[in-house]
Design a protein around this ligand. Structure first.
Ligand code: FES
Ligand SMILES: [Fe+2]
Length: 391
């Protein structure tokens, strides 16, 4: 092909990205959504904590019980305030460099310690973000619009009062989309076959789910409500317990028995939250938040919610069983496999070509449904301009 006849955009790529282009572009995630930023237990009264969300460094402080979030960047010369945290009053933070002082509630530049008569005082504000706490998580609305209710960026019923919650978090070296897709990918459970959870809980987790009957996906795309894809796996997939090569059995797992038979319904919600019902036990739902940290990392929050557990005693009892059983065996033992799988995928996708070069199979169709939905429902794209704080 000579230079003249070469198309401007490779037609294969254009075709492939036709209906999920914004997802492809959302390397830093979608802006104008609520994200889990910390566990409530990470931030005590008066404490200042840092984290990174969608590439933006943030500072958080708990004041009289309520958490506030501010961009970790001084307006004066752009240094991170967190480089040396200086807080002379409860309600303010002072930049260590030249003393510009900001109010946590609205970011207002309320004083300059080195030049108290400066005309700049009271005329500008650092960026602050709305914060809400629920179910042991601190949520930050990383965006610029009036925030919608927190519940619209969570799986349905996540905030229900009658559920006890227990959560952990850790940083994973892969893009957030590889986290979300690892969780939702039905045949990836092949990696869990040696997990101590499978033997420890006497749980029947198959090697994979072969397609059978017509797929049963439900897509929720009303912007006033949680937006997500539910995969009713048990209705259209056939669990595989005996894997063969050339007809010869090579790996065999115990078939499903008892009331905790197998994972049966998995769903993925905007802006990247997985819900796995009936796991790690029949009366527990596991939620996984794949929160964009930067282009190459995501903060992985795992939250277990136990149904019908409305009292404080229920909460305490659930926390005890999570610490002794579900955290070591499921959240870490079982899901640690997912962590190294995501990290092993990162190199292929890092320069964006993986999204073009991958060759997906029939059972990956739920990933396309998710990609299309995310492209459509992501409120806006996070860009490097947002990260740098360009006005
Ligand atoms: S850089 Fe922060 S006060 Fe100058
Ligand atoms: Fe997994």
């Amino acid at each position: 092909m000579n230079a003249q006849s070469k198309p401007l955009v490779n037609p294969q790529i254009a075709e492939k990205l036709r209906d999920w282009r914004r997802y492809f572009e959302a390397k830093l995630g979608f802006r104008d959504h609520w994200y889990a930023a910390l566990l409530s237990t990470d931030i005590a009264e008066g404490e200042v904590q840092t984290t990174t969300l969608l590439g933006e460094q943030l500072l958080l402080r708990r004041i009289d019980g309520k958490v506030f979030a501010m961009k970790d960047q001084c307006l004066h010369r752009g240094v991170p305030l967190s480089r040396k945290v200086e807080t002379y009053t409860k309600d303010t933070i002072t930049c260590w460099y030249h003393g510009w002082t900001y109010r946590w509630s609205d970011g207002l530049l309320c004083d300059i310690l080195t030049d108290p008569g400066s005309k700049m005082i009271g005329t500008r504000s650092n960026k602050v973000y709305p914060v809400q706490e629920a179910k042991g998580l601190v949520f930050v609305f990383l965006g610029d619009i009036d925030p919608p209710p927190l519940s619209t960026d969570l799986p349905p019923n996540f905030l229900d009062q009658d559920r006890a919650a227990y959560g952990i978090r850790r940083l994973v070296n892969s893009n957030w989309r590889l986290g979300a897709e690892n969780g939702f990918d039905t045949t990836h459970i092949f990696i869990h076959k040696d997990s101590p959870y499978v033997t420890g809980m006497d749980a029947a987790v198959p090697l994979g789910f072969a397609s059978a009957k017509t797929p049963n996906f439900k897509v929720f795309d009303d912007p006033q409500n949680p937006q997500g894809v539910i995969d009713h796996m048990h209705e259209h997939y056939r669990p595989v317990f005996d894997a063969t090569i050339g007809g010869e059995s090579v790996v065999k797992l115990k078939a499903a028995t008892g009331k905790h038979a197998t994972i049966h319904t998995v769903s993925l919600w905007m802006p990247g939250i997985l819900s796995v019902e009936n796991h790690p036990d029949y009366d527990i739902i596991q939620y996984e938040f794949y929160v964009p940290y930067d282009e190459d990392k995501h903060m992985y929050f795992q939250v277990l919610e136990k149904l019908d557990s409305p009292t404080e005693n229920d909460e305490k009892a659930f926390s005890a069983v999570c610490k002794s059983l579900h955290e070591p065996l499921a959240l870490r033992g079982f899901n640690d496999d997912d962590l190294w799988a995501r990290e092993a995928s990162q190199e292929f996708y890092q320069d964006d070509w993986g999204w073009i070069d991958e060759q997906l199979m029939e059972q990956d169709q739920n990933l396309f449904i998710w990609r299309r939905l995310a492209s459509k429902s992501g409120r806006s794209l996070q860009t490097l301009e947002h990260v740098k704080g360009h006005p």
